[in-house]
Write a protein that binds this ligand. Sequence first.
Ligand code: GLN
Length: 485
Amino acid sequence: MELNKLTLLESFTGLREKKFSSEELTRACFDNINKFDDQVKAFITLDKAGALAQAKAVDQKLKNDEGVSPLAGIPVAVKDLFCTAGLRTTGASKILENYVPPFDATAVKILKDNDAVILGKTNCDEFAMGGSTENSGFFPTHNPWDLERVPGGSSGGSAAAIAADMCIYSLGTDTGGSIRQPASYCSISGLKVSYGRVSRYGVMAMTSSLDTIGPFGKNVEDIALILKYLAGRDVKDSTTPDIEVDNYSEEIKKDIKGLKIGLPKEYFIEGMDEGVRQVVLEAAKKFEELGAEIVDISLPHSELAIATYYIIVPSEVSSNMARYDGIKYGLSKRGKDLLDIYLDSRAEGLGKEVKRRVMIGTYALSAGYYDAYYKKAMQTRTLVKRDFENAFEKVDVILTPVAPTPPFKLGENINDPLKMYLEDVFTTPASLAGICGLVVPAGFSNNLPVGIQLLGKRFDEKTVLRVGHQYQLATGWHKQKPVLK
Ligand code: GLN
């Protein structure tokens, strides 16, 4: 048995039945990392010593028949945007190349409190700005399904690590698609939670009014389990409301007979990949077979989402990036005066895309342009949000493509920011609306993975997870694996 290939629930059962130890499970993951991460490059930092020590501690607890959490002893990979006390955290930026945080992000603390085994920190686009993981300040990650292609981004390392069975599950962030698009490109399951569902304390901020953090898994059942732990109020993040956390693992068992699934006509655009379109329409048929009703709907302002998103994001980025000034932490160039320190540290430490967004954002917020850009964007954001509110009066869940194309080649879009931004056309509307979205594998186009996106009302994660799980019970796409040599 290749232990690294197990799901979270299989790992949990195996550990309880003492079929293998957490140490064996953890070593199996590191063996696979050793074998393949030279090619995939999913990790920036590994913590083998820490992970094995944690695994052995859990094994001891299991041996003593002490009660432990379902997450105990199970290897997880964490995007390098989450602060991990004592373990280097770079945000995939040169400016934080040697930064070791003194504290844990709340999500990391939850993992540690549940005795999870943290293997290391995964690669991403610098401070989560990008959709291919090519904007990492260190190196790009490769898609395990085709090493010449991108794994998606920005959480590309976390997605590739699962696809290549280097970990059992992982954490990522999603501001405009950074969990959903890599999940689709790597043929794994990934959940963008509703804005506020999971605490973001200790996770580097990109766009504070849109940022969310969430899990990737080998299937939806695993995601349902992880979410139960991650979700809820955190006094350290005032955007997390004190509303009930559902029992996702139970909710997903319900069938989907009579559920209404909307198919928005605006998400089947000219120029999109034909294979992607077919995969989504096939999935719609599957849902009908499972007893759901497919309803044609319209989200008329979706076409404004990209333009809106790419004003709001740089605006907030220009403010959030101000903290990387060469003074407080990270890279610091000693110039002749204060201004020189700022200029030199930021010039050397920040990458091209980050600088591009800081400049666009500063411009959009400047006196004289604020009304024309930022204020307009806030208004169109409301229109996009209202579209969803209207749609959810008619349907329970909305089915759409994740991205207009399957994974593209490394280097193909990197010098054309507009082309790269257009990849986000189907993921950014839900981000602007603050609603949740699940991606599950649903087929292939020219042998390249394609997922489907299931959007749900704000805080209605249970319904998208239920639809995704029922789909996985009826199909086998999530079980297909890439072959690495
Ligand atoms: N690709 C999008 C962007 O570049 C999404 C990033 C994200 O969700 N972090 O902004």
